[in-house]
Write a protein that binds this ligand. Structure first.
Ligand code: PEP
Ligand code: MG
Length: 868
């Protein structure tokens, strides 16, 4: 295998092999943009190294060849004492991953070549020693695993209140000695001075960082497969820290927060790489570069236009200016907020860069869902205490916490928390995931906090510089002396950047207003509207709602639902009607039972009337009652306690005896669904009669009667006979079908389809029974461990397990349709609103998905994307 690619050999389609960074460096090189020369070690080499514990044969020779070629091209050898070539070693997986080792700069420096570097820079000793101390610091932290704080503290001790740029050559040389001492102390070895050894160790460290705990955590959060490995880029160094005619920056071709066009970026003079993102010194807005170095600025803008036209999308960029010469160090299609995604997609259509179909595929259901989050009530009284940058939108309210650990701890106790840090770094990842929102006092829109929060769709306000954050005392002080301590509630607005004391009430989003009332008063809603119309026109899947009240039914319709796919009738028996069900189940005589049924029937008829009226002529699938019995019976423990007291009446004792008789060890596998209908005479008949009579009163009503938990066709047949009789009696037509939620039903679908006019996959129960996972228990009990172990990347109750549960669905679809070609097929488990599962439903040829009313827009969009 070929393990090393020169930048001139790759291109952007090789992300699997070269990682995102390597592939795009190659692409930029081929576009003729100013990229420092270099090469990429493939992720395949990394996979081999991780699997075998050793690098693949031939890798070191291949790396040596490419290094020699680079040295020849640059006219300098790596670390050459009098005129050194220096390189950076940078990780770069297929998907960008903040948890991994990022970069070691200035590799090739040692006690000799530091003088050569100074000479190269025209006798600039300060620059050379600054580069050397940076190497030891970065190498020490990321390659040797030394706590970065040690170096920070030593640096702070020399720096005092000055900026790092104020240190002179002598001080920096002193720091190099101090840093070397730290390395010796912490590792028991000297800092490696052989340039090739430095490079080799850095490459191995990048490989190893694939399995750093933070990287694992990030992958799980973002659902990135665990076995991809990372590529490693070796790039000839260019220097942003030579003086004030040099610097480094990051830029976006459009605002990743709003999607609006303009100049967005941060620049830092006389600085190297990580300084910008780490928030070491405060950056200046990119526009100001025009004043500092107009030529580089103009060139950068031209390159940004080239990149946008080439990638046909928002790009983010890292660049360095070395003594007035611009260099591109990275680009990629940039992360963006949900609002920006919709705006940019439609802007690109208007610019003629992409089609509207492509625009639909550029946005996701998850992004749409984010736009439907509530925001703060503009009219509510609020006490604003600070304003930072609007780094990632949304409205978050929670208790202030000042460390990642505490965020995790409190959120595990069910508390909403806002994580507050001066600035975040990859160590804060767990806390960022646990928090409702993130607030920092340092760093810009490209800081770690901002980038990671945007990626997660989490509310974030960053760079609120008026706040004095003390993580040690767990407080922050706002202007005017307001002190917020751990546990105090604050509210942060990631759309405006504002920070409020206390809890601010939240209201619906503009996008929800649009779905609810068609109100279209801003460009974001306009973009959503265009994309939704196209998605609706493109999709093959119908979208229905899981709804069991007229209010939910009406909302579902407003949100674009085309019917009800699941009306859970047991939800109609809660509250005061529970008693009637209890009477029914516990009735010991036919008279008692009939009395309970007679009391229920008119109530049920009213329920169905309301729903039919709300749904107009759209189909309404009514699932006959499916209660796990225990939910409708008095608690056996309470009853036993009561029966043991003197106050217990004869009735209490009878009740206890009856409940004991019906008590089940596994109610979810017990007397539920069709079983209950068959065991309690008259129950299903009562419901069917109520449905038929309600339908008769609403012109155009389209009832569909659905039998739950069927495992054998015989169950269905006997219920169907009775239902047909009642429908004929009342003079109403309705389809009669079944849920497929027991594996046996899926496997005998051909038989079952003989007796069913439609199937609706109840994938909640189907998942429960296919995996043998109690759906009420396992997610909190041991799924975290299963996720840790990588047994699955996401709960099968959230995203349909295609291999197992999906296989059952496929079998049932094929068998069912072979027995009855016009069999209508849908899904009504929670998966009906999950993007990945919706794509599966499209692929296996279902006719519709059904989900909760609020997910309907998401389902419409994803169904459209699946079809395009
Ligand atoms: C299902 O099992 O997927 C289903 C929709 O029914 P319920 O969730 O009511 O059991
Ligand atoms: Mg079910």
């Amino acid at each position: 295998a070929k393990y090393v690619y020169d930048f001139t050999e790759g291109n952007r389609n090789l992300k699997d092999l070269l990682g995102g960074k390597g592939a795009n460096l190659a692409e930029m090189t081929n576009l003729g943009l100013p990229v420092p020369p270099g090469f990429t070690i493939t992720s395949e080499a990394c996979r081999h190294y991780l699997a075998e514990g050793a690098e693949p044969d031939g890798l070191s020779e291949e790396v040596a060849e490419h290094l020699e070629a680079l040295e020849a091209q640059m006219g300098r050898r790596l670390g050459q004492a009098d005129d050194p070539l220096l390189v950076s070693v940078r990780s770069g997986a297929k998907f960008s991953m903040p948890g991994m080792m990022e970069t070691v700069l200035n590799i090739g420096l040692n006690d000799e070549s530091v003088h050569g570097l100074a000479k190269q820079a025209g006798g600039n000793d300060r620059f050379a020693w600054d580069s050397y101390r940076r190497l030891i610091q970065m190498f020490g932290k990321t390659v040797l695993g030394i706590d970065g704080e040690r170096f920070e503290q030593a640096l702070d001790a020399v720096k005092g209140k000055r900026q790092d740029t104020d240190l002179d050559a002598g001080e920096l040389q002193g720091l190099v000695e101090t840093f070397k001492g730290i390395v010796r102390e912490e590792t028991g070895k000297d800092f490696p001075t052989d340039p090739r050894e430095q490079m080799r160790l850095a490459v191995m460290a990048v490989f190893d960082s694939w399995n750093a705990p933070r990287a694992i955590l990030y992958r799980r959060q973002e659902r990135i497969p665990a076995d991809l490995g990372t590529a490693v880029n070796i790039v000839a160094m260019v220097f942003g820290n030579v003086g004030n005619d040099s610097g480094t920056g990051v830029a976006f071709t459009r605002d990743p927060g709003s999607g609006r066009q303009g100049i967005y970026g941060d620049y830092l003079q006389n600085a190297q790489g990580e300084d910008v993102v780490a928030g070491i010194r405060n950056t200046i807005p990119l526009e100001e570069l025009e004043r500092i170095d107009k030529q580089s600025y103009d060139e950068l803008l031209a390159i940004m236009r080239t990149l946008e036209n080439h990638y046909k999308d928002l790009c983010d960029i890292e660049f360095t200016i070395e003594r007035g010469k611009l260099w591109m160090l990275q680009t990629r299609v940039g992360k963006r907020t949900a609002a920006a995604a919709f705006r940019i997609a439609t802007q690109l259509v208007d610019q003629g860069l992409i089609t509207l179909d492509e625009a639909v595929t550029r946005v996701t259901g998850d992004q749409l869902a984010q736009l439907m989050f509530p925001r703060f009530d503009g009219g509510a009284a609020k006490q604003k205490i600070a304003k930072g940058m609007n780094a990632s939108p949304g409205a978050a309210v929670g208790k202030a916490v000042f460390s990642s650990e505490r965020a995790v701890e409190l959120s595990e106790q069910g508390e909403d928390v806002i994580l507050i840090r001066r600035e975040t770094n990859p160590d804060d990842l767990a806390g960022m995931i646990a928090a409702k929102g993130i607030l920092t006092s340092r760093g810009g829109k490209t800081s770690h906090a901002a980038v990671v929060a945007r990626g997660m769709g989490k509310t974030c306000v960053c760079g609120a510089e008026e706040l004095e954050v003390s993580t040690r005392e767990r407080t922050f002080t706002a202007p005017g002396g307001v002190v917020v301590s751990e546990g105090d509630v604050i509210s942060i607005d990631g759309t405006s950047g504002e920070v409020f004391l206390g809890e601010v009430p939240v209201v619906d989003s503009a996008v929800v207003e649009y779905f609810e009332r068609g109100i279209q008063d801003d460009d974001l809603v306009g973009a959503v509207d265009r994309i939704m119309r196209r998605a609706d026109a493109a999709r093959r899947l119908g979208v229905r709602a899981n709804a069991d009240t007229p209010e939910d039914a009406a909302r579902a319709r407003r949100f674009g639902g085309e019917g009800i796919g699941l009306c859970r009738t047991e939800h109609m028996f809660l509250g005061e009607r529970r008693q009637l069900v209890e009477d029914l189940v516990l009735a010991s005589t036919d008279e008692d039972r009939q009395a309970a049924l007679d009391a229920l029937e008119p109530l049920q008829k009213t329920d169905f009337l309301g729903i039919f009226q709300a749904m107009g002529g759209d189909p309404v699938t009514i699932r006959l009652i499916d209660p796990p019995l225990h939910e409708f019976l008095p608690d056996i423990v309470d009853l036993s306690v009561k029966a043991a007291t003197d106050e217990a009446t004869e009735k209490d004792h009878q009740l206890l005896a009856a409940v004991k008789r019906l008590h089940e060890q596994n109610p979810m596998l017990g007397l539920r669904g069709v079983r209950l209908g068959l065991v309690i005479p008259g129950l299903f008949a009562m419901q069917v009669r109520a449905i038929a009579q309600a339908a008769k009163e609403v012109p155009g009503a389209k009832p569909e009667i659905m039998i739950p938990l069927v495992a054998a066709v015989q169950e269905l047949e006997s219920v169907r006979e009775e239902a047909r009789g009642i429908l004929a009696e009342v003079g109403v037509e309705a389809l009669i079908g079944t849920m497929i939620e027991v594996p046996r039903a899926a496997l005998t679908a051909a038989q079952i389809a003989e007796a069913a006019e439609f199937f609706s996959f109840g994938t909640n129960d189907l998942t429960q029974m296919a995996w043998g996972f109690s759906r009420d228990d396992v997610e909190s009990a041991f799924f975290p461990k299963y996720l840790d172990l990588g047994i699955f990347g996401v709960s099968p109750f959230e995203t349909l397990d295609r291999e197992g549960v999906g296989r059952l669905v496929e079998i049932a679809v094929a068998e069912g349709r072979s027995a009855r070609p016009d069999l209508h097929l849908g899904i009504c488990g929670e998966h009906g609103g999950d993007p990945d599962s919706i794509h599966f439903c499209h692929d296996v040829g279902l006719d519709y998905v059904s989900c909760s009313p609020f997910r309907i827009p998401v389902a419409r969009l994803e169904a459209g994307r699946a079809a395009l």
